[in-house]
Design a protein. Structure first.
Lengths: 375, 292
């Protein structure tokens, strides 16, 4: 080990072989290490033990309604841009049992032991970290918190990674969330050929890293990293003009625009955009009973504003048309969200574009609404 | 975020460390009201919950029937009930409420609440009041009526406009005389009369054409079918009652009651915590947007 003092904000050069030891150390400390794996011609976030589990040299080709893995020229681990999967599932699980009751003298709660998993997330992108910070505002509020989310969030260890190869649907520069990671992480990687440049973001990150063999990065190496990051900004092919948001999407005139009829003809109301979105937070509670109806459970599941049952009340559905549902989603995400939580609900990750089977480019929809309302 | 709106207090029934986990309450009494509507009088089993639970007129509870789910129901009883019973007038229409309708005295329900904003009883002191409701819109206003009766000198002229489908659908008929005795002017109308009906036939908002009000000093509280609410608002505004003094109680699909599940949103508002009672001034820009 080198005799150099490292602290929060320090950047070190870590040989890639050392990274596996860092993962092992995290697991010894009770963390479940989860990261990207190549699976089913896509990339999913699940258990990883070492770098060997990560996709290698894989890049992604992404356009509205289009996703393909392609083998790139390099041997790097983080050249791809994430797929449909997001870290949301670890903090806000798609399905979680809330409680079970048993019939006795009335009803009583069945106590169940639940261990809260402690996750170390490997490879969190700038847009993804911003999404976690948006969900923090939703699930941990002064007046209310979701215990499942809070416990998992409090135990989280975050290894972020700077994006060097944006995909065709990325627009994080417009949303201020990337490609360089901003926000609060434990460690942040910039991947070069043989080393990771690792920036220390927390005391926990520092103490883990202090046990590894690292070096201070040369100016030359840092220069390469900076150039790659600058190029990533330039390669960002999409952008969203946010200067008139949220105002544009909350004006009654916009809410009645003809463009909604146009997009309603293309949107399938499938809800893919909400399921892949790392900030969408809507949920439903479902009920189940055992065969003798002596025991009942409530389970929380992800819901979607595109689901017709979402806005059902006795007497009818308040949003019976695709026009109304698409409008609710878009004007919430890029409009009303700001008044609710102090920021827009989008981080520019581009998943809702890539995974829309109807190839709807939501940025183009916003531009079309703008053009219609302000001719 | 929304400083225009009053903040609703945190609920006192329901486990605070758990998401949507209710406390238990026993059904002490069931009062049949009309066809398919009964009032369920609940008492919390845990004495501590019974002690700390208070609600304001216009707030609602989430009632949980194991195996079926939860339903948002406004309290319809006197918030200062001496027995500390909490009354919920329920129409049996959905999976949850239909099966609540099969329960008997002594059965147990889960309860979380109280949730949401209340009728602004303090703010409207000194005003003439028009309470306009239709059908199942009367129960959420009944706690306000009890409050007015208890503090009758604090309010000016009070008029209750109440519409029902038929004379048989009129709720709480035994109490109407008592309300009149406390100088509440009752204006009842039905959609269809029967052979014994000699009252008004028509719709609630029409009342505004038959009576004089002083717009400078009148507040409107309204709850009922959205179409009725809409026309009550129009008639109120047409008579220059300011939008800030027209209070509306809205209904939407709700799962959590705490602005988390997302279902009840209208614009930036979560109806469960920013409502259900809103001054019309904050809803004005949204209510006429079709299917919003």
């Amino acid at each position: 080990m080198l005799d150099i003092t490292i602290s929060r904000g320090t950047t070190v050069a870590l040989p890639k072989a050392e990274f596996d030891l860092l993962l092992a150390d995290l697991r010894e400390n009770g963390y479940q290490t989860v990261g990207p794996r190549q699976q089913d011609e896509s990339i999913v976030y699940s258990d990883v033990q070492s770098l060997a589990d990560l996709p290698r040299g894989v890049q992604t080709e992404q356009q509205p309604g289009h996703f393909r893995l392609v083998q790139g020229a390099s041997n790097n681990y983080f050249d791809f841009i994430p797929a449909a999967d997001s870290w949301k599932k670890f903090l806000f699980p798609p399905r979680v049992e809330l409680f079970t009751v048993r019939k006795g003298q009335g009803w009583e709660y069945v106590e169940t032991e639940t261990d809260t998993p402690r996750y170390a997330l490997i490879g969190v992108r700038g847009c993804e970290l911003a999404a976690i910070e948006i969900q923090d505002k939703i699930f941990i509020r002064p007046d209310f918190y979701d215990p499942t989310y809070r416990l998992r969030r409090e135990g989280l260890f975050i290894i972020a990674v700077n994006c060097l190869h944006p995909a065709g649907t990325c627009f994080c520069t417009s949303m201020g969330s990337g490609p360089k990671v901003e926000g609060s992480y434990d460690l942040c990687l910039t991947e070069l050929d043989d080393i990771f440049l690792v920036e220390i973001g927390s005391e926990l990150g520092r103490s883990l890293l202090s046990k590894r063999k690292y070096d201070l990065p040369s100016a030359f190496v840092q220069n390469i990293a900076n150039q790659k990051l600058a190029r990533a900004v330039q390669e960002m092919s999409r952008s969203l003009d946010t200067s008139d948001l949220p105002g544009l999407l909350t004006e009654p005139e916009t809410l009645e625009a003809a463009r909604w009829d146009d997009v309603a003809k293309r949107c399938l109301s499938c809800g893919n955009c909400t399921q892949v979105c790392p900030t969408c937070f809507c949920w439903d509670a479902t009920d189940s009973v055992n065969l003798t109806a002596t025991q009942a459970s409530r389970t929380r599941v992800w819901d979607s504003c595109f689901n017709p049952a979402y806005s059902y009340v006795f007497g009818g559905n308040t949003r019976p048309t695709i026009r109304a549902r698409y409008r609710q989603w878009l004007t919430h995400k890029f409009g009303a969200w700001k008044e609710q939580f102090g920021m827009l609900g989008c981080t520019g990750c581009g998943r809702c574009l890539t995974w829309c089977p109807a190839k709807i480019d939501h940025l183009a929809e916003i531009a079309a609404l703008r053009a219609e309302v302000n001719p | 975020m929304t400083s225009l709106l009053p903040q609703s207090a945190p609920p006192t029934a329901g486990h605070p460390g758990r998401l949507i986990q209710p406390d238990w309450a026993e059904i002490v009494r069931i009062t049949p009201e009309t066809e398919g509507i009964s009032t369920f009088w609940l008492r919390f089993i845990d004495p501590q919950v019974r002690e700390r639970y208070h609600f304001q007129p216009g707030q609602f509870n989430m009632l949980y029937l194991p195996g079926y789910g939860e339903s948002a129901i406004s309290m319809s009883s006197d918030p200062e009930d001496e027995e500390r019973l909490v009354g919920h007038t329920i129409r049996f229409v959905g999976t949850v409420t239909k099966n609540i309708g099969r329960l008997k005295v002594g059965d147990v329900l889960g309860v979380r609440g109280p949730f949401g904003t209340s009728w602004p009883m303090k703010q409207i002191e000194g005003r003439d009041l028009v309470l306009a409701c239709g059908g199942i819109g009367l129960p959420p206003l009944r706690p306000a009526i009890y409050h007015i009766i208890r503090n009758r000198e604090k309010y000016g002229k009070v008029t209750l406009l109440y519409g029902a489908r038929t004379p048989k659908d009129l709720m709480y008929p035994d109490e109407h005389e008592e309300w009149k005795r406390h100088d509440i002017q009752m204006e009842i109308s039905v959609d269809r009369g029967d052979e014994n009906w000699d009252g008004r036939v028509g719709v609630v908002p029409m009342w505004f054409y038959n009576f004089r009000i002083d717009p400078r000093n009148t507040a409107v509280l309204t709850c009922g079918p959205e179409i009725m609410i809409r026309f009550v608002i129009y008639e109120g505004l047409a008579r220059r009652i300011p939008a800030e003094r027209i209070f509306v109680s809205l209904e939407r699909n709700m799962k959590c009651g705490q602005g988390s599940c997302g279902h009840c949103q209208i614009g930036p508002y979560f109806i469960c915590k920013d409502g259900p009672v809103f001054p019309f001034s904050v809803l004005q820009r949204y209510v006429n947007v079709e299917e919003y």
